[in-house]
Design a protein around this ligand. Sequence first.
Ligand SMILES: CC(C)C[C@H](NC(=O)[C@@H](N)Cc1ccccc1)C(=O)O
Length: 722
Amino acid sequence: MINLTDEKMDKTTKKKKKTAECCGYPISIFFIVVNEFCERFSYYGMRAVLVLYFRYFLLWDDDLATSIYHAFVALCYLTPILGAIIADSWLGKFKTIIYLSIVYAIGQVTMAISTIHDITDANRDGTPDNFTFHIALSMLGLILIALGTGGIKPCVAAFGGDQFQEHQSRQLNTFFSVFYLCINAGSLLSTLITPVLRAQECGIHTQQQCYPLAFGVPAVLMVISLVVFIAGSGMYVKTDPEGNIMWSVCKCIGFAIKNRFRHRSSSYPKREHWMDWANEKYDKLLIAQIKMVLKVLFLYIPLPMFWTLFDQKGSRWTLQATTMSGDFGAFILQPDQMQTVNPILILTLVPIMDRLIFPLIQKCGLNFSPLKRMTVGMLFAAMAFVSAALVQIEIDKTLPNFPSSSESQLKVVNTYSTTLNVTISPNEHLLIESFGSSADYVTFDHQDITVSLNTNPVITKAFSLIKGGRQTLIIPSDPTVMYLKEDVKSKPREGKNAIRFVNGYTADLNITNLDSIEPSATTNYTLVNQGKRDFVLRHGEQWCEFSRKFGFGASYTFLIPSTVFSDDCESITEVEDMKPNSVHMALQIPQYFLITTGEVMFSVTGLQFSYSQAPKNMKSVLQAGWLCTNAVGNIIVLIVAELGKLPKQWAEYLLFASLLVAVSIIFSIMAYFYTYIDPAEIEAQVRKEQGLEPEEMEKETLEMEEKDEDQKNEQGVKQTKI
Ligand SMILES: CC(C)C[C@H](NC(=O)[C@@H](N)Cc1ccccc1)C(=O)O
């Protein structure tokens, strides 16, 4: 028998420290929930402005910006494994949270520094001169953030759970709900605040959008989160890691598989569980603990499907919102702000469920066990997608008839002085007033057309249309130079409006925020937000102001006549290329309500379940396993949504809903065969079977560790059963 050192003896005999309580709760959890609030503020605040930073500061295109964004989010949910291994095998949860929070805070500060354009703006033109510097710094920042946020995530929830004594199981469940409330309160505030900070102007040499402030505030919140966590230091129950547990787990599983394979002949008696094939070499307690973890991890296999649907709130549903109207009368909601409905609903639904619904169900004598709750949560998410499909069908009715990939569409705009009879070969005849347009787009299944105008003499010109495109034939004051201009063929992004001007004035014109336009020319599209917008038209000393109120997602061509200055811009006519969105964003509220109800049942319960079913020394590992289901869900969104696009969006929503229903049925069957366990009880029972008192058993665990260390030193010596 190896003698234990004093230090180790002390460690083995250490009991769970009794903590100061307030209303039945350990005071230490106050520091943990405040820490989580600040950390989530930091994370979601930074995330809220990240794509805009990529797009408008680093000047990446939409595809690159969204890909890097999704890769970052997926990384944030993969790193929990690393954090859990460090915590359970090496540093313990407390130290892991502190060290990785420092990494996280450094990452946030690096990110904030990378957004200061003045650092490399030597020529003071408002844009950075050295993009490589800003890209490198921001990528470094993001990697550190992903490492930090993901790494501490499984540890904080499990560390919070560790603060409770055995008699506080009711409070422990409430803790996970409060913890979830803090996540959502932090994320809600930051998603509202950081975009406002970004919209401010700041800078040393030139005033630009204030990204340093938008990223700086989350960095400060992360530092506060760390300080709050350290402040609670004296009050925490800190459980020490029990050696390199992950390594022991892997070796034990590997041995069981090898041993089973070696004894595959039917002459060997069967064993109750395949892990029992490790009995020859490994400790029964370790085997029992591995069995508990594997049972739960097996149950997790279908869970990523829930997240696959859940995570589409931020992508597909936001895109859906861009085709809807966000005018709520008293306020205007932008499409991406619709996502804040989720944390708002969490803040109301969690207390309602905890205080009202779940106790009511219990009073009715129904056993609404955690796994049943999770199954119902999945069904709610599936219903949310059915609701999204119904909304999509309503939207589709109002969408323009866009050309298919083999078709071409054409509209005609006439800025000639008289009404024109336009013939488009072979048999399209349009009568178009001066400063008017054809009623709608004409669809062609061929690209080569000939246009004839009934001018004197008749003007005829051949054109080749763009396959799958929408174009406008502009007939200027000199019809011989009529030309094609490409139009938008999908709803403008983020619910904005695409507008352009045709200059029918006899000289160059300057329009606010646009380049000067030559006579007869047409500007490219400019995106403008919803609401009233003013444009000043100028030529030399002459000017007039033109105002227009915009809705969401429309497209217009404004025709400027030669009389524009004499009638104070009154005669500018408007051609509606695409109607504004008419289906109201409020119709998305039912789907948000359903998915959030699903989230409360699924996610809050899953968090509690992962903690309660994990053996003491593998709590963080199971939390990480739980978070990994989210990472896999995110990856499925990336793959399936890109590869398996259905022609109709509503059909894709229904497909996802049906998949989740199928998965929830499989999960409910798996759950039926799952028996809830009390890991502490099982551990005690194994100890008893081994004829060990609890304390002796802990000593034995340490002996195992010592042996492990000795074995490392004496290479080649086989590990023996204790
Ligand atoms: C995987 C998690 C349990 C994620 C959890 N997220 C939430 O609680 C979301 N409801 C937060 C949110 C906030 C803003 C917009 C959408 C979602 C977490 O962050 O820990």
